[in-house]
Design a protein. Sequence first.
Length: 383
Amino acid sequence: MLDPNAVDVTTPSICYNILTSAATTGATSRNMTNTRATYMKAVVTTGDGGVVLKTDVLVPTPGPGQILVKVVAAAQNPSEWMTLAFINTPDIVLGRDFAGIVEEIGPDVPHGLRVVGERVAGFINGAMTKELGGTFAEYCLAEAQILVTIPATLSFEDAAGIGLAGFTACQALWQNQDLPTPLNPTSNPFPILIWGGASAVGQYAVQLAKLSGLQVITTASPKNHELLKGLGADAVFDYRDPEVSNKIRQFSGDKLAHAVDCIATGDTPALVSTSFGSDGGYVALVMPGDIPRTDVKGEFSLVYTLFGKAFDFPMPYPAYPKHFELGKKFGIILNSLLRDERLKTTPVKLVPNGLVDAQKWIQYQKDGNVSAEKITYRIGDTL
Ligand SMILES: NC(=O)c1ccc[n+]([C@@H]2O[C@H](COP(=O)([O-])OP(=O)(O)OC[C@H]3O[C@@H](n4cnc5c(N)ncnc54)[C@H](OP(=O)(O)O)[C@@H]3O)[C@@H](O)[C@H]2O)c1
């Protein structure tokens, strides 16, 4: 497990990012500099499994520890279609991932941590309640401390998909597994399997594991093998090959003891556990899944616990203050890797007309059409 005390939150990298971001954007003050709009465009639930674009949604007000972000681009996740199957309340704003500009800083945000005008990207525990809101909107609320500052070299569109996928990859690697990090890479590489390397979570997990000095084995459709090698994978296998687990076991010399299952549905937990060496090991799961081997421990975690607050949906979770500390550290690691251009963002599929066709693109993802790409909405393109 990554020691929450191992990284100083006042590390110069985050200060550097804030300073450079402020310089780039002309940001000068901690407080709101202009009068905020009252209403905004946003994609909201209809209450019967669909979504609709509305123009009269109230702009939210940041509460303690929150900032208000003017969303420039929002990225889509599988959680959008999954959530719609459960929500029967209308008018809940959809969307979790955002990239935008800090518009206003709420109470109790540590002084100097964020500045108005700063370019930020992250995720929220969105589309759950009306209070939390969502990111498929002109404005969203965000936790001020679980974020990255967007470096000047990165566009809002590219940065929009960092949040949920990037922090989930960090959580899967370091919340419960005792693995090296890019801050202290190992010089004795041992194998790790990142199942589903072409997924958004997988692309970050492959890179972060490689930057931590590990030997990275991953799975993807053949058309994505070169992409994954470019991200640092040492070996890529076709997950549809009936011999895939045997091949992974052979490649790793029967020594595989660590894995992240970035899919964790259908047969993947079984295929992952069969790939492990004779001594078993540990696999982090992004969805709840059953591991058939007793000597392979599988653990599911949910990225929203990184906010350190209790929540009820999609299942009740208590507050984990330690996870909040970890979330801040993950933000610092992602921040510094992005600033140093050592981390690549997921290829963007920028859809036309902004949020207008959100229903269609949510269905596109539900139908399994997303391959190594991030559906991304530019909010300003919404007619
Ligand atoms: N626990 C959490 O807090 C948390 C947070 C975020 C996401 N998630 C979950 O994590 C999963 C991945 O999310 P995502 O946004 O990264 O997904 P995504 O980008 O939409 O995933 C699409 C990719 O999945 C790959 N894939 C599909 N089936 C596969 C299989 N059987 N084996 C290997 N790869 C397969 C495909 O690879 P090819 O194109 O190469 O075929 C495709 O590129 C989702 O179920 C999501 O709900 C959980």
